[in-house]
Each structure stands twice: as structure tokens, then as C-alpha cells.
Ligand binder design. Structure first.
Ligand code: C5P
Length: 315
């Protein structure tokens, strides 16, 4: 296996869950999900450089992100190494702009970008389906970043069905309370509430109804919900206040993303979204846009061209 490229820079994306239905707990401990993923215009940047040392060295601009073998980029390299026999060593630097542990899938996006980048760098040509299967072994949210745009997530979230893009791009106000919420804890709290007799809303039904309505030209997202909002609001500081503020500012939908702690509001106009961002009180507030599948891939793939150019024909 000869490397065609010595170094590569890629962007790595973020997502929101426009809707998220949590079903039963499976024997493997995961919950059945039905979710609508949407990629957004917020990016980390990955610089991958070939290294004479075996394995992978990870550095990151955010000190709260682990740099050891548990980092999803390191795990992506190890998984590709196992799948291909022997992968050359690399050093990867992650420039973080997506808040870590915020329900925006930043770490999963890093893993997906690393899979795409390493595949390209070493001319592996594994194809998206194989990369998505490897990605699924790293985390439930990794395969969605190998689809991009709007997609339906099934199974534990790793079975991804790409959907036609939203008819209108939306503006998204991301309000991050600066907290790390542990995903297993949020799922466990929901399961406890259900055992105590909580009747779950028919969130999956709402998602499927929306998908059918889209086929007939409708696209109102306002009825969507996130089942994890119920347990997360006990953990996310000021959750109800954030949702109310975003709704009062005219959000079409205001809800938790993933298992939190980020709360987002969807807006049809940039002016209204920016005004909402000014009035929302949170640790960090970003205004971004939804990203279509085509734009997602245009933005993800190498930033500039490979810096060292082709090294010769790939073996
Ligand atoms: O797959 P991932 O690493 O993203 O999942 C993190 C944790 O979230 C799992 O260990 C599990 O506790 C919880 N989870 C779940 N059901 C899912 C996805 C995640 O219970 N469908």
C-alpha cells in the first residue's frame, strides 16, 4: 500500500436532531431510535500528516478532548488498520470549533472525516458503505456523517437513510449552556421515567407523518420532538427558559439536540435568527445554517489541495 498523499486537511461536520424518538432497550443495551439528522454549517478542521511512527498521534485545540486511544479519530485509525491489514502511522491535529459533548456529534464527525481522509490519503478506495460500517462500530452517530444533509436514522441511529434535502434551508440558533451531559445517563433517566408509567409521545409517528407530508409538498417541522428532552431538562441548566426564549423569538422549532446539552431554534430568516441569538442567554450562542448533502461534501473534502501533491502511483 503506497501513500498517494503525505498530508491532507478536511473539515468535519456537526448535526442537529430535528426529531428523535426513543423506543425500547435492546439486548445490547442500546435503544431503538427513529431520528431525523440534519447537518449544519459548523465545522472542526482535521489536519492529517503521514508519520514515520506506527499508529496515530492526536492533538487537539480543545484541552477537554482526550488525545489518547479513546479519541474517536484514534479509534477510526485503529479500525481502518484492522480492516486493511496495516495502515501507515499518522499524526492528526483537530482544530475544534464544535462544542465537545454538546449533542452536535462533533466527535463522531471527526471520526467520519478521519475515515474519509485516511481512505483518500492511502488510496484505500473502501467506498462509503464500507466506511459507514466501520464508522458504526465506533459510535451510533458516525455513519450519518458519511451521508450528510437530511437523513433518517434507525436502529441505534447507525442505520442511515439519506433523504431529499429540506425544501428551504433554515437558520439555526445553537444555545449551549456550557455543560457536558452524559448520554448513557440521559437514556437511563428516560427508561426509569417510562418504568414509572410515563406514556411516551408518538414521536416516531410524527417523524414518519412529516416524511409522508413532504412527498405532498408540506414541510412544517414545528411538531417534531426529542424524547430525550424530558430527562435532559432535569440535567441541562435553564433548559425550559432557553426553549421558551427561542420560541418567543419566533423559532419554528426549539428543542434539545441529541442528548444535549445544546438547545437549538430553527428560523426561516437570518435577521430573525440573529435577533434571537442576541436575546438568548447561554454560555455560547452560534448562528449557523442547515447544510444540504451536496454542500456538505463540498465543504468536507480537502481544504485546498493535498499540500505535497501526488507521491507517485498508488500500489
Ligand atoms: O454509540 P454511542 O457511543 O454514541 O452511544 C453512547 C451511549 O449512549 C451508549 O453507550 C448508550 O448508553 C447510549 N445510547 C443508547 N441508545 C442509542 C444510542 C446511544 O442507549 N441508540
Amino acid at each position: 500500500m503506497a501513500a498517494a498523499v503525505k498530508s491532507l486537511r478536511l473539515r468535519s461536520g456537526a448535526k442537529i436532531n430535528l426529531g428523535l424518538a426513543v423506543g425500547g432497550r435492546r439486548p445490547d443495551g442500546y435503544h431503538e431510535l427513529v431520528t431525523l439528522y440534519q447537518t449544519i454549517d459548523l465545522w472542526d478542521e482535521l489536519s492529517i500528516a503521514r508519520s514515520p511512527r506506527r499508529g496515530v498521534r492526536v492533538s487537539c485545540s480543545d484541552r477537554s478532548v482526550p488525545r489518547d486511544g479513546t479519541n474517536l479519530v484514534a479509534r477510526a485509525h485503529a479500525a481502518l488498520d484492522a480492516a486493511t491489514g496495516r495502515l501507515p502511522g499518522v499524526a492528526v491535529h483537530i482544530e475544534k470549533r464544535i462544542p465537545a459533548g454538546g449533542g452536535l456529534g462533533g466527535g463522531s464527525g471527526n471520526a467520519a472525516a478521519a475515515l474519509v481522509g485516511l481512505d483518500r490519503m492511502f488510496g484505500l478506495q473502501l467506498g462509503i458503505a464500507r466506511l459507514a460500517a466501520i464508522g458504526a462500530s465506533l459510535g451510533s452517530d458516525v455513519p450519518l456523517f458519511l451521508a450528510g444533509g437530511l437523513s433518517l436514522g434507525l436502529g441505534r441511529g447507525e442505520r442511515v437513510v439519506p433523504l431529499p434535502d429540506l425544501a428551504r434551508r433554515r437558520w439555526v440558533v445553537l444555545a449551549n449552556p456550557g455543560q457536558h451531559v452524559a448520554t448513557p445517563e440521559v437514556f437511563a433517566r428516560l427508561a426509569r421515567a417510562r418504568r414509572r408509567g410515563l406514556t411516551p409521545p408518538d414521536t416516531a409517528g410524527t417523524i414518519f407523518a412529516l416524511l409522508l407530508e413532504r412527498g405532498m409538498g408540506g414541510e412544517s417541522l414545528s411538531a417534531l420532538e426529542n424524547d430525550l428532552a424530558l430527562p435532559a431538562r432535569e440535567l441541562v441548566f435553564g433548559y425550559d427558559r432557553l426553549v421558551t426564549q427561542l420560541r418567543d423569538c419566533g423559532a419554528e422549532l426549539a428543542v434539545l439536540s441529541g442528548s444535549g446539552a445544546t438547545v437549538f431554534g430553527l428560523f426561516g430568516s437570518g435577521r430573525v435568527a440573529r435577533a434571537a441569538a442576541r436575546s438568548v442567554v447561554a454560555d455560547r450562542v452560534d448562528v449557523v445554517r442547515t447544510v444540504s448533502r451536496r454542500d456538505y461534501w463540498k465543504r468536507l473534502l480537502p481544504v485546498g489541495e493535498p499540500r505535497d501533491g501526488p507521491e507517485g502511483p498508488a500500489a
